[in-house]
Design a protein around this ligand. Structure first.
Ligand code: PMP
Length: 369
């Protein structure tokens, strides 16, 4: 849609020289966009200098925490709603219903405000208070339900579907099995990474919740590189995906648990299924390593990020070591730590999870809560 140009020729010239000056100092410069939805995507690709120097490879993180709703899931949320609109499944004033551990709900709540829909979110009652509060502030009707497995009819996904079916002009966006999710990443995140690396990407790796990011980005990068780019999956303990991928689809083995939120999976979602046969490999990252890297990212890069991001970065380093010196590896910086700080930066909370010693001793000063 048309974005009004508010500047006269003279101020445009002035602005561009200021923008140029900003850019030459390494600042990002952005153009005018339309509303919340226009601000989704086009995130920077951050070169992780410290880790790159350590490994002799080039490690990049896609700054998805810079989306206007604060996470990688803004893209999926917008993609799911746009797809429903294009298919005529929802009319103005309708209700969007989703089951979500948080970030998709936050993205949807923003998109619903920007587009005038009602928003109803079912979520497991184990999620952080920050995320629940934020959803309510964004006008969503939040319904915490017992944290039970997918097989159980009380699982948040089933409750979301049933509620959407029970009212008029409502849709269940179904982020896990609606492939409009992966499509949003195929159309935006993938092409952005390809352009930002000028097509020089040897490996891409990230953890999955719905699998939308991995499948969408993976498919795009595989196609554009004629199969050369390797796409790997990173997993938290307690997820079945590593066993599935490394056994060639024979094993679905669950062991352990993780403090990471929003990632790990007990089944092969339809989004992941679209790409799982093209995944080169997978590995599980223990929480101890994720926590250490979380604090290191803050200390050496100045980046204050969530636990799934830390896990992704640990995995990116391992993949870079596998692919060798000089290789270029990209991962996703999913969201910021703000949503989890009462946990991830609390000594007491980490202690309760047996993770206090995972923080490198010279970085313990950051655990101030
Ligand atoms: N990190 C966080 C913090 C998330 O909320 C999610 C989404 N559940 C992911 C990673 C994984 O993204 P995807 O659903 O695209 O696999």
């Amino acid at each position: 849609s048309h974005v009004p140009n508010l500047s006269s020729t003279r101020t445009t010239t002035m602005l561009s020289s200021l923008r140029l000056a900003a850019r030459s100092r390494g600042f990002a410069t952005h153009s005018t966009v339309q509303g919340f939805n226009g601000a989704v995507g086009n995130t920077p690709l951050i070169y992780l200098k410290g880790l790159s120097e350590k490994t002799g490879a080039h490690i990049y993180g896609k700054a998805e925490f810079q989306n206007p709703g604060g996470s990688v899931k803004d893209r999926a949320a917008l993609g799911l709603v746009q797809d429903a609109e294009e298919q005529g499944l929802i009319k103005p004033g309708g209700t969007i219903v989703e089951g979500t551990a948080g970030n998709t709900g936050i993205g949807l709540a923003h998109v619903c405000r920007a587009k005038g829909y009602k928003c109803v979110i079912y979520m497991p009652n184990t999620q952080s208070q920050e995320k629940i509060d934020l959803l309510r502030m964004l006008g969503a009707d939040v319904r915490p339900v017992p944290a039970v497995a997918f097989e159980n009819p009380l699982n948040y996904n089933h409750q979301a579907r049933e509620f959407a079916e029970s009212i008029e002009n409502a849709i269940w966006t179904n982020q896990f099995d609606n492939t409009a999710n992966a499509k949003a990443h195929y159309l935006t995140t993938g092409p952005e990474i390809w352009e930002q690396t000028q097509g020089r990407v040897d490996g891409f790796i990230c953890a999955t919740g719905t699998g939308g990011t991995l499948a969408g980005v993976g498919k795009y990068l595989k196609e554009k590189s004629d199969g050369r780019a390797q796409i790997w999956l990173a997993d938290p303990p307690g997820s079945v995906l590593t066993s599935y991928v490394t056994s060639g689809g024979k094993l679905i083995e669950r062991s352990g648990s993780s403090i990471t939120e929003g990632i790990g999976q007990g089944r092969i979602t339809d989004n992941l299924a679209t790409f799982i046969n093209d995944i080169s490999g997978a590995f599980t990252v223990p929480d101890e390593k994720s926590i250490a890297t979380l604090y290191e990212l803050l200390d050496t890069e100045g980046l204050y990020l969530g636990a799934s991001t830390a896990l992704n970065v640990v995995a990116a380093v391992e993949l870079a070591q596998k692919l060798g010196r000089g290789s270029r590896v990209v991962t996703i910086l999913c969201d910021g730590a703000y949503r989890y700080q009462s946990r991830l930066f609390s000594k007491k909370w980490l202690e309760s999870k047996g993770l206090e010693d995972a923080i490198p001793s010279h970085l313990k000063k950051y655990a101030v809560l």
